[in-house]
Design a protein around this ligand. Sequence first.
Ligand SMILES: [Zn+2]
Ligand SMILES: [Zn+2]
Length: 248
Amino acid sequence: MRKALYLILTIGLFSCENEKLPVTPGSVSISNVVLENYVNEYTQEVSVQVNEDNITINSTGLPDHKTPYWGEGHEMFEAFPGSNHANMNTSMISFNYSMTIPTNPNESSYKEETELGPVGMALNGVPIYNDYEGGGVLQENAWGTFDASGGHPGPREDYHYHSEGTYLTVNDAELIGFLRDGFPVYGRKDMDNSYPDNLDENGGHTGPTADFSDGIYHYHVSNEVYSTSGLYVIKSGAYHGTKGTFTQ
Ligand SMILES: [Zn+2]
Ligand SMILES: [Zn+2]
């Protein structure tokens, strides 16, 4: 009993000391922005749980906008853009996605490369993928199956985004989601309507955004056209912070 009390006092002392440390730009709390922005008004299936250290976002992964992958006859069906066409999947299905990210994301000294699979989650609960597909980097056989939002389902009928597109972000400064390390990702522009010119090799930099006026590390959709696709890929390279879990 006395030992327990001593432990609590010691922890208390340490946290007081921590509170006096200057706040670094990377240690801002993202809870309010996550709570205010994660919503899927169509499926009503996005929920957020905030704890002291972590935030968990749950979703089905189904979008809140039109796409041909809802299937012909569905109220949210729309045709493919241009000459694009369905991939091996003509439809998409629900998952029980759960992404857990740090409440106070911080830079990691080791920059882990992003891999195939979900690297983050858009505000409507749809997973964000990087510039890789099952067979390697994105090729025309993949981007030729994108809908107008830069999304398509993978082999498991798992819908996800790779690039900028309608309903998500088009040449703007919109917050589109958070990556697995807890840092936000924005469209190609900063909030002053300029294109950032000091992005690091992982597509991010520290500065103010519409949601974090005191500044935070944030990613941007790439402002370079990807290969011959005419598209702007959301994320490539490594995470700035330590990635959290993304389960299904
Ligand atoms: Zn894909
Ligand atoms: Zn920026």
